[in-house]
Design a protein around this ligand. Structure first.
Ligand SMILES: [Zn+2]
Length: 202
């Protein structure tokens, strides 16, 4: 998600750019005030491939029962629920049980402490490993022949570790740009360095 923004739908509609999302945190307005001070506004550093989302200058530390991960990036804008997206390797390091979930589906997910420059919060749920997904516009979904929430496979064509991912959720919205998002464990599993190409298999 933080790589170069590059749209590549290739010759066929089924070819999509696969981006790696590193660990990050989404925060509520209330938690921005608690972590960074009353009246604080998130500082946009870089627009992401999904044009409504941006990487911020702000960083927090994530603390679990076993260890701490420092300098975790905040992604804006503010959300309805605070959510910490980590890899399963991160979750094991922290000692947190992070279920594989779609973004926003945080009920009963992992707990942690989040430490910012102005304060800290304990969240009882919100730590997840993001379920891998593709973002499509309605016109892309129509060309490919898929619908919102459909589960597809995506074949990632790296030179040394080509891999077919199953359980990929299709998300369709007019505000999206066509990209697949995987986490750092998944990127390592297929030796993806930077953005790579994937083929959606319906
Ligand atoms: Zn995404």
């Amino acid at each position: 998600m933080l790589g170069e923004v590059k749209i590549n739908m290739g010759n066929t509609a089924n070819i999509i750019t696969v981006e790696t999302s590193a660990r990050h945190v989404h925060v509520t307005e209330k938690d921005i005030a608690r972590l960074f001070g009353e009246g604080h506004k998130l500082t946009e550093k870089k627009r992401l491939s999904q044009p409504t989302e941006f990487a911020c200058e702000e960083r927090v530390n994530i603390i679990g029962p076993k260890s701490e991960i420092k300098n975790v990036i905040i992604l804006g804008p503010a959300r309805k629920a605070t959510q910490v997206e980590v890899s399963l390797t991160d979750a094991r390091t922290l000692g947190i049980n992070a279920p594989v979930r779609e973004s926003g589906d945080v009920a009963g997910s992992g707990a942690c402490k989040i430490v910012g420059p102005a304060g800290e919060i304990d969240i009882s749920e919100g730590v997840i490993a993001a379920k891998r997904h593709v973002h499509l516009r309605p016109e892309d979904a129509e060309k490919i022949g898929v619908k919102e929430k459909q589960i597809v496979q995506v074949k990632v064509k790296t030179s040394d570790r080509a891999l077919i991912f199953g359980d990929v959720v299709v998300r369709v919205n007019a505000t999206f740009m066509p990209f697949m998002h995987i986490d750092t464990d998944e990127a390592n599993a297929c030796a993806a360095s930077g953005n790579v190409e994937g083929e959606i298999i319906v």
